[in-house]
Design a binder for this molecule. Structure first.
Ligand code: ZN
Length: 391
């Protein structure tokens, strides 16, 4: 077995551990400490000089459209698939993949196949069953059975609420989906999260509030995304965040969306912390390879761009450098919070016994220099060491 020893980096677990050494073996972090004496024969050790770097947990992206998405402007606007290096060069080692608007030409079997492919290439990829639609499209015919019987499914989503592209589910329908996800998750040792796409319609989170008021579904069963669509929507979620719900904000954006009132992910984190929310209550997702359609007031499509996984790293840098958010808090947003809330217990922390998902960041620029995922080096010297199969 080959060991990797990262020496002298300033380590964030996400909490600051100071300068120390990290030992990786068998895909896990097996020791962290100043005095790791490694002796013996027959053990190959790759030593990595980490002195110019921060060593941080691999980023965890709770929403990526790995098979592409969109198509709101017709077939030629269907976005392409994600590749390994789209994620690895951005420091993202774990993703949760899902369908979106289109669950007719985009399918769950295709999503699972792509998740297997990216996992083979080195990432960790989980999936949500379903799409925007209600009744929910599944593989087995049931949300509960999909989560219970298919390993890679850890929840359902992104179920659309308050969106003109959604199915406008009733409170009963959403409560039923949440109950199925919860029980499927309980029986298979998963969280069974209901990942909610929150659109721009004025009802915002009204449906979610109705469900948790009328039915015995805990608020922490839900994970709403796109909460940075507007300051009003973000603030609308604060009381739910105080009850333990994590608010997800989208890192991919466009100048047009920002001009319409969207907050950047970094600004959203800054705003939430300033409002007294815990640094554990906001996560960033990339919405990678989603289409980012621009609709005018009448609902006509007037522009279309594509989300990128790289936005996770861009938003992280923005949070630390522009908004002066402590590195540890920003790491919670791009890694620790999503991993914890999704129940991915060996992810989101650089700690003994956890998956060896480690990113070395240049100390000044925070550029991604090296990435290990499950102990395998995917990026070295800022360049891919492992390329996508067809790159
Ligand atoms: Zn969405």
């Amino acid at each position: 077995m080959k060991l990797t020893l990262i020496e002298g980096a300033e380590v964030f677990s996400p909490h600051a551990l100071g300068r120390t050494n990290v030992l990786v073996a068998g895909g896990h972090v097996v020791a962290i400490g100043d005095d790791l004496s490694l002796q013996g024969q027959g053990v190959a050790i790759e030593r990595v000089d980490g002195r110019d770097f921060y060593a941080v947990p691999g980023f965890v992206d709770p929403l990526a459209h790995i098979t592409g998405g969109g198509g709101e402007g017709g077939f030629h606007t269907r976005t392409p698939e994600m590749t390994l290096t789209d994620a690895s060069l951005a420091g993202v080692t774990t993703l949760v993949a899902c369908l979106g608007t289109d669950a007719t030409t985009r399918t769950l079997p295709d999503l699972l196949a792509k998740a297997h492919a990216l996992t083979y290439e080195g990432l960790t990829v989980h999936c949500y069953t379903g799409s925007y639609e209600v009744p929910v499209r599944t593989i087995t015919g049931s949300v509960r059975d999909d989560i219970l019987l298919i390993d890679r499914f850890i929840g359902v989503g992104e179920v659309a609420i308050a969106d003109h592209r959604g199915s406008h589910p009733s409170a009963e329908e959403l409560a039923r989906i949440a109950a199925d996800a919860r029980v499927g998750g309980m029986l298979s040792g998963k969280r069974g999260i209901v990942f909610l796409h929150v659109g721009e319609a004025p009802e915002q989170l009204a449906l979610l509030r109705e469900v948790i008021t009328r039915f015995p579904v805990p608020v922490t069963q839900f994970y709403p995304t796109h909460m940075n669509r507007s300051i009003e929507l973000l603030e609308h979620g604060y009381d739910l965040a105080r009850q333990g719900m994590v608010l997800d904000v989208t890192a991919s954006t466009t100048p047009e969306l920002l001009a319409q009132g969207e907050l950047s992910a970094a600004e959203s984190l800054h705003h939430a912390l300033a409002a007294g929310l815990s640094h554990e209550s906001i996560s960033f997702s990339s919405d990678g390879n989603a289409s980012l359609p621009d609709f005018d007031e009448a609902g006509n499509l007037v522009g279309l761009k594509m989300g990128r996984v790289q936005s996770m790293h861009d938003a992280f840098v923005d949070a630390v450098r522009q908004y002066e958010i402590p590195l540890s808090h920003a790491l919670h947003a791009v890694s620790t919070n999503a991993a914890r809330y999704l129940g991915l217990s060996d992810k989101g922390e650089l700690a003994v016994g956890k998956s060896a998902d480690i990113v070395l960041l240049e100390r000044d620029s925070l550029a991604v220099s090296a990435v290990w995922s499950r102990g395998k080096c995917l990026v070295a010297d800022g360049k891919p060491r492992v390329k996508s199969t067809f790159a």
